[in-house]
Design a protein around this ligand. Structure first.
Ligand code: SF4
Ligand code: SF4
Length: 422
């Protein structure tokens, strides 16, 4: 690595050093409490998969370049030079961590390995050593934001083709728009993922609840966050923030995408609209009596996988249980305390990397498959697209014999039509 590149990477490293990050970098007491907290290590017990070990890869660079002892006597202590070998170690650490933060709830100091891995990811981006496909996908999202006017017509045509499917789940009155788009003054802006599965059930439930809603032109997923590029994360996020402000909505509802929800909730700053997940919105509709669900719509035993970015990392835990207990006869918890639920093994961009990571994802999530099997459930529900893909892969790989379902689609399937009520 040449000196200019190293200096640029150190500048990026420095940009991450806020007070919290310095605390994480200077605090580890090597107590070992995080050792068994990580699903990767529990499924594949190797030292390199211990949370504290991953952190140490970043910490050694910090000691070398940002602490006095490392700068003056770099050969002393446990500092490490930033070079090609260090980049390889950073890659291995960052892209075998899903950012689930289960280790953090076990750590007596609350050390956030995900945040430390965000330094690793940023250095990889700076060195052009990140997974290229994630950057490519992030750039495509940003470009879509810039040229949205050219894409609007084809988007509207695509949406129109979905209306019939929405009506099958919930009949709309004559004259009502089944999937409203670009409605200024709507109460709620729904940000979906690309694909009918993310739009049809949600539209049916909004219509059933008589919500004054409108569909976003943009997909929720934030590849900038997966690749750990703060500039791209912000540009992708801003497309939705600007759309919400332009339409003057009161609430932005993020579809079943954990990272998109967390990014919007925690990084959009103070805005004139509230941010909610579709799970929170559905729970609210049930509570307020705006939708009625068939209490026995699902007779097979159901369990729920908490998406890390929605549950442990953003606190949406109770709502999913409330929904499932409103539509399933036999709901079974996976973990006595959902805060400690195992990660599915697909976060942090690993699912987006597809087949490239499949073998690692299957091996590293063995404990998740066992946790699901132990419930004896036949339906495995979740509220995140990444988790859904990973759990479906696990289902095939470990022959779990479950049906993996999006929670929102279960809500749509359990809707009780008004004529059934009379
Ligand atoms: S954030 Fe999750 S995947 Fe990463 S080290 Fe901690 S427990 Fe393991
Ligand atoms: S639990 Fe926290 S303090 Fe203990 S070894 Fe792990 S990261 Fe370090």
């Amino acid at each position: 690595m040449d000196q200019n590149t190293r200096e640029e990477l150190l500048r990026l490293f420095n940009s991450k050093l806020n007070q919290a990050m310095k605390f994480y970098l200077e605090t580890c007491s090597r107590c070992g409490m995080c050792t068994h907290a990580c699903h990767v290590h529990e499924s594949m017990p190797q030292v390199k998969y211990i949370a504290a070990y991953r952190a140490e890869i970043v910490r050694r660079l910090y000691k070398r370049y940002f602490k006095k002892q490392g700068r003056i006597w770099p050969w002393m202590g446990e500092s490490k030079e930033l070079g090609d070998v260090a980049l390889e170690e950073l890659y291995e650490a960052a892209y075998s961590c899903t950012g689930c933060r289960r280790c953090m709830v076990y750590c007596p100091h609350g050390i956030d390995t995900q945040m430390l891995m965000s330094i690793a990811k940023l250095l990889l981006v700076g060195a052009n050593s990140e997974p290229e496909i994630l950057t490519l996908l992030a750039d495509t999202s940003i470009e879509k934001g810039r040229s949205i006017d050219l894409l609007k017509t084809s988007f509207m045509q695509g949406v129109k083709r979905l209306e019939e499917e929405v009506v099958k789940k919930w009949k709309t009155e004559a004259g009502e728009t089944t999937i409203p788009v670009d409605v200024e003054g709507a109460s709620l802006l729904y940000v979906a993922l690309a694909g009918a599965h993310s739009i049809i059930p949600a539209a049916a439930v909004f219509n059933a609840a008589k919500e004054n809603w409108t569909l976003s032109f943009f997909e929720a997923v934030n590849f900038g966050a997966f690749v750990g590029d703060p500039t791209k994360t912000k540009l992708i996020l801003d497309r939705i923030v600007n759309e919400a402000r332009r339409l003057k909505v009161k609430e932005v509802c993020i579809c079943e995408c954990g990272t998109a929800y967390r990014v919007m909730k925690q990084l959009s700053g103070k805005q004139p609209f509230a941010v909610s997940s579709v799970t929170e919105v559905h729970a609210r509709y049930i509570k307020e009596g705006r939708i009625q669900l068939d209490r026995f719509a699902f007779k097979d035993p159901v369990t729920y996988h908490d998406p890390c970015q929605i549950a442990r990392n953003a606190g949406v835990i109770y709502e999913a249980r409330y929904i499932l207990n409103s539509l399933a006869d036999d709901y079974r918890e996976m973990s006595p305390d959902p805060k400690y639920n195992w990660c599915c093994g697909g976060g942090g961009g690993l699912v987006a990397l597809g087949d490239e990571t499949l073998d690692f994802r299957m091996k590293s999530a063995k404990v998740k498959a066992e946790q699901v099997n132990d419930t004896g459930a036949k339906i495995l529900s979740t509220a995140c697209e990444n988790c859904h893909t990973q759990l479906s892969n696990l289902n095939d790989h470990y022959k779990m014999d479950v049906r993996v379902r999006f929670l929102s689609s279960m809500v749509a399937d359990a809707l009780v039509q008004p004529d059934a009520l009379s």
